[in-house]
Design a protein around this ligand. Structure first.
Ligand code: ADP
Ligand code: MG
Length: 255
């Protein structure tokens, strides 16, 4: 973990209503694509707080700004205006290379389409983030295998992605997002390519393996069948967060 992150967190001191440190703080965040007549306003002033240890879901219709918002939170896209910090760190204060380094260490991504590298084994795929951080190949692959064991796929370490089912491939992608122990795990529609049953298995696994007191899990989803796994659900529409509620407050069954 980078020393600067600790320092920044100590300085910020922001807390959630129930006294947990805030991992993500967005205030009046705006973001547009394009210019002039082709300008699209994707975020119209987002206010959102996510506490450490929380599983936050972002839900809402296609095009409402979910992917844009998680990209800003993860430092992949620059916001136009407003404030956004992750564990007390504001990407706008960082140089490009510092940002890349911070992302590499602190952020893990799980994509809808898994995005595994077809020519690498499962364990090698999981090892990629570690190798990018400069860890040696054999140590990285060994840790990749260990992480696969934690997601119940130890015996498939040597399999190629094409030899795995959709649910298994998503487990490999989750192992890859977690192998470097990032503090923020961002999942963009992680269950939408999976059947209902497998989607539930994946959500249970994510909660079990990914969620810890000093981390956050941000899941973008269309899939109402997994809403019950959230601690809180932020409903978005047309570039804004319309409400933030617990599944119980929404009358949903809690998983
Ligand atoms: P969601 O993930 O909720 O479907 P997005 O964040 O992808 O929504 O998109 C929000 C809005 O921004 C949409 O109107 C979309 O068409 C637009 N948009 C997203 N990415 C781009 C881009 N690279 N260039 C132009 N417009 C974009
Ligand atoms: Mg999207």
């Amino acid at each position: 973990m980078m020393a600067s992150v600790e320092t920044a967190r100590g300085r910020s001191g922001d807390m959630s209503a129930d006294g947990r440190p805030l991992a993500v703080v967005c205030r009046s965040v705006t973001k547009s694509y394009g210019v002039g007549g082709s300008k699209v306003v994707a975020l119209r002033g987002i206010d959102l707080e996510i506490a450490s240890g929380e599983l936050m879901m972002l839900v809402g219709p296609s095009g409402c700004g979910k992917t844009t918002l998680i990209s800003v939170i993860a430092g992949i896209l620059d916001r136009d205006a407003g404030e956004c910090s992750v564990f007390g760190v504001d990407f706008n204060t960082m140089s490009g290379s510092a940002k890349t380094k911070f992302r590499g260490r602190n952020i893990g991504f799980v994509f809808q389409a898994f995005n595994l590298i077809p020519t690498l084994t499962a364990a090698e795929n999981v090892a990629v983030p570690l190798m990018i951080l400069g860890e040696g190949r054999s140590a990285s692959v060994r840790k990749g295998r260990e992480m696969l064991e934690r997601v119940g796929l130890g015996e498939r370490s040597h399999s190629m992605p094409s030899q795995l089912s959709g649910g298994q491939q998503q487990r490999v992608a989750i192992a890859r997002a977690l192998v470097h122990e990032p503090r923020i795990i961002v999942c963009d529609e992680p269950t939408s390519a999976l059947d209902h049953e497998t989607g539930h298995v994946i959500m249970r696994l994510l909660k079990q393996v990914a969620l810890k007191d000093d981390r956050v899990l941000v899941i973008v989803t269309h899939d109402a069948r997994i809403f019950g796994f959230a601690d809180r659900i932020a409903k978005m529409d047309d570039g804004s967060v319309k409400s933030v509620q617990t599944p119980a407050e929404m009358g949903l069954e809690v998983e």
